[in-house]
Design a protein. Structure first.
Lengths: 225, 225
DNA sequence: AGAGAGTTTGACCAATTGGTCAGGATCACG
DNA sequence: CGTGATCCTGACCAATTGGTCAAACTCTCT
């Protein structure tokens, strides 16, 4: 039930509101611990079964808490799910935010790819949580996709397009470049079962191979003629 | 409830066994029609909600049949799901099978990418069905992944590796090349909601843009120096 | 037309699921 | 130490879900 150790993708702001407790003043030590335990257990279960497929009993068992006790901290199954998603969205989009106009464009993008690949390795459950959500039509975060996410992507797409018109990278569609980066990197988390079934990798060697391949793929495709 | 019109990815062999009917002799006209209707409805529901998220009532409603009538044709929810998966697996892997040693290697691979992208456009429900299954650990098809699928991929990977050693394509890891092709193309089906939320495409214009981008991506990365 | 196979359904069931609630246990703090 | 706030639980509930079954309906073929 340990919170997975990770490199460091920034602190995760715990920002859920829909709790069922008195909700006065600040967090108790017990609240702090239990809420964090619940969210970790929920991540484990939701990411492996989707919203509908997950049950409160499973989450309760994974958290070693009773079901009514879960509902003491979160007023419904949906509330837990919502809290998880909003807690993780910032972490998830952080790498894209750091894509900066300073530095050499091709290397900047390759660095972004590596960062995303690292996240697929370190935070596969988070990746699968979003994958489940979006494959099923993103019923809980559609507004975020069409709002803040679209804004962020539009912004970075302009930057990439500027690089292209300046001749600093090849002429490519920035949106589809971003989509392909998301797809190729998150694939190693979301389709982990398939990748492992086919490669049968020792330790996690295949992530290094993936890094080599993706570096080649994007460097050659982005380097101006 | 109409079976989606598609280009032509080969006929779909209806090969489910676990039916609940008398099962003597050949199919009745009624059986033919109802089984096909049920599978189409099930595809719609399973692909949008996953196995656990789908309910027999939803499938029954989508098929305009009563729930007990579903269970007259298939003996359980699992049986429907199994029938769907095995019916679609061949279709799904057909493009990879056609990857042939004849012809110009780079163009052969680019053609494969286009074929997969076409499938993402024409058969998004099928793509999502598999995505749901694999994201959740492939509980129903793990043996197929580790068996026939692995064999097929191993085979095609050797072919690609041969091309590389012959200097006819760039030196790339063939397995990760295949994974990246799967990822980038299926992304447009599996993450359709996200893609549309960000691009807000008119008609399906974005598929053509994706084709252009992916052609560039793989052509530059695979063309030998 | 009539018989038998094939098809359909309403009523029903047990298990699971999300959620409630009254009361008891425990903690923080003066 | 006591008391009020916080924390926890067993028992319970209504709705949903996968699945059964006997009876009724309909099709096909002679």
């Amino acid at each position: 039930m340990e919170r997975r150790a990770v490199k460091d993708f920034g602190s995760l702001p715990i920002t859920e509101s829909s709790m069922a407790m008195p909700e006065t003043s600040a967090r108790t030590r017990i609240q702090e611990k239990n809420i964090s335990t619940i969210l970790d257990a929920a991540l484990e279960v939701f990411s492996g079964a989707g919203f509908r497929g997950a049950t409160l009993d499973q989450i309760a068992r994974a958290a070693s808490l009773s079901k009514p006790n879960l509902l003491y901290y979160f007023k419904s199954k949906e509330a837990i799910h919502r809290a998880l998603l909003s807690e993780l969205l910032d972490t998830w989009l952080a790498p894209l935010r750091t894509l900066d106009s300073g530095g050499e464009p091709v290397e900047e993008i390759v660095r972004y790819v590596m960062r995303k690949l690292d996240m697929a390795r370190e935070l596969p459950r988070e990746s699968r949580l979003f994958a489940n959500e979006i494959v099923q039509g993103a019923p809980h975060i559609l507004d975020i996709i069409e709002g803040p996410l679209k804004t962020l992507v539009d912004e970075k797409a302009s930057l990439i397009r500027k690089w292209a018109t300046e001749g600093r990278i090849a002429e490519v569609d920035p949106y589809h470049l971003i989509f392909s980066i998301w797809a190729t990197t998150q694939h190693y988390a979301d389709f982990d079962t398939q990748v492992r079934g086919i490669l049968r990798p020792e330790r996690d060697q295949h992530f290094d191979d993936a890094a080599t391949f993706l570096t080649h793929l994007y460097r050659t495709a982005l380097t101006p003629d």
